[in-house]
Design a protein around this ligand. Structure first.
Ligand code: HMG
Ligand code: MG
Length: 298
């Protein structure tokens, strides 16, 4: 069966903008986030406390959070890779963080300047301190379905990384299809592999990039497998600067169209979201790849 209600985890302001080379003004970012919240989104990843030289676009993280005044019922997680990032996030008043792990050796090196094993040396004290401070900690796993340098990624390798994050205290795992190569059968197999390792679908979220046009099919499959948290980005913005083959995330508009058609509640107003993403695409000076946005924007 399908769930009655789904949590949309909006990543447009973080995953969406991190790949933009022209720096977006911090006031525009704040307006983007305020409009996403006004459209009804209640979980909005706002930015990253990563090394500013690694992702210059998000170097204004503290300044951005200073500008925001979000309603109490909005969850506003930020990406944090290490203790230095956690210090900065805590100083900015953050209540929820997301650690991001790699399922592969090559992407751990490219994205975290680490090895597959050493990434946990970075995460362990970071997660422990975050939990001590009363924060919620999400754990991302990247390259779950394929890696541009290594090719196929074995299911058990992904499950091992994810299970370690759960053991360290992450409340939820987001399974990242960083380069958008997943297909529905693979999605089911991965979710089943996690269930077999005692990580049930209630602890999982799915994070699809739409590079190969499979994101909606994968989402529907995930819903049928018991997943109730879906990551998406307004207008389909997105990509990872450390994985060239990564394009935009599943567009929140495309997701909403599917969920509304299925009668699944999200609390998000599609019309307001389309207006917001259209405005943002003008700010960025390029069209949105979202099919639903293209259909509804005129
Ligand atoms: P490093 O260079 O190895 O860092 O980078 P280090 O620990 O050796 O430290 C070097 C210097 O950087 C030190 O300063 C640190 O204090 C400073 P110094 O003592 O030399 O003056 N430093 C920092 N400064 C500010 N904030 C920090 C920070 N950390 C260290 N947080 C590091 C290692 C992890 C920091 C780096 O590799 C990094 O920032 N990587 C982030 C890359 C990134 O953001 N990628 C995109 C997000 S992941 C993604 O998009 C995938 C996802 O969407 C899911 C999916 O699609 O699969 C989540
Ligand atoms: Mg991503």
């Amino acid at each position: 069966g399908l769930p009655e209600q789904v949590t949309i985890y909006e990543v447009g302001a973080r995953d969406g903008l991190q790949n933009e080379s022209a720096i977006v003004d911090v006031a525009v970012k704040a307006e983007f986030i305020n409009r996403l919240v006004d459209a009804g989104l209640r979980t909005v990843e706002t930015t990253s406390f990563v090394h500013p030289k690694w992702v210059p676009q998000l170097a204004d993280a503290a300044e951005l959070l200073e500008l925001l005044d979000l309603p109490d019922d909005v969850r506003a997680p930020v990406l944090v890779p290490n203790e230095r990032g956690l210090d900065r996030a805590l100083a900015a008043g953050v209540r929820e963080i997301a650690i991001f792990a790699s399922a592969t050796e090559t992407f751990a090196a490219k994205n975290l300047n680490s090895t597959l094993d050493d990434q946990f040396t970075m995460f362990t004290p970071t997660i422990r301190r975050a939990l001590d401070e009363g924060l919620r900690v999400r754990g991302y796993v990247s390259m779950c379905y394929g890696d541009p340098w290594e090719g196929d990624v074995p299911l058990d390798q992904v499950v091992t990384v994810g299970a370690r994050l759960i053991d360290l205290g992450c409340h939820e795992l987001s399974l990242g299809d960083t380069i958008g190569v997943a297909t529905p059968g693979h999605v089911t197999a991965l979710i089943n592999a996690f269930t077999a390792a005692n990580v049930p679908p209630t602890h999982l979220a799915v994070h699809f990039h739409d590079t190969y046009g499979q994101a909606l099919a994968n989402t529907l499959t995930a819903l049928h497998s018991g997943i109730t948290t879906i990551d998406s980005s307004a207008g389909g913005l997105g990509g990872c600067p450390y994985a060239e083959s990564a394009t935009g995330n599943l567009a929140t508009e495309d997701l909403l169209w599917q969920l509304e058609g299925l009668g699944i509640k999200t609390g998000v107003n599609l019309e307001k979201l389309v207006t917001t993403s259209t405005w943002m695409s003008h700010q960025l000076g390029k069209p949105s790849p979202s099919r639903v946005l293209q259909a509804l924007a005129n």
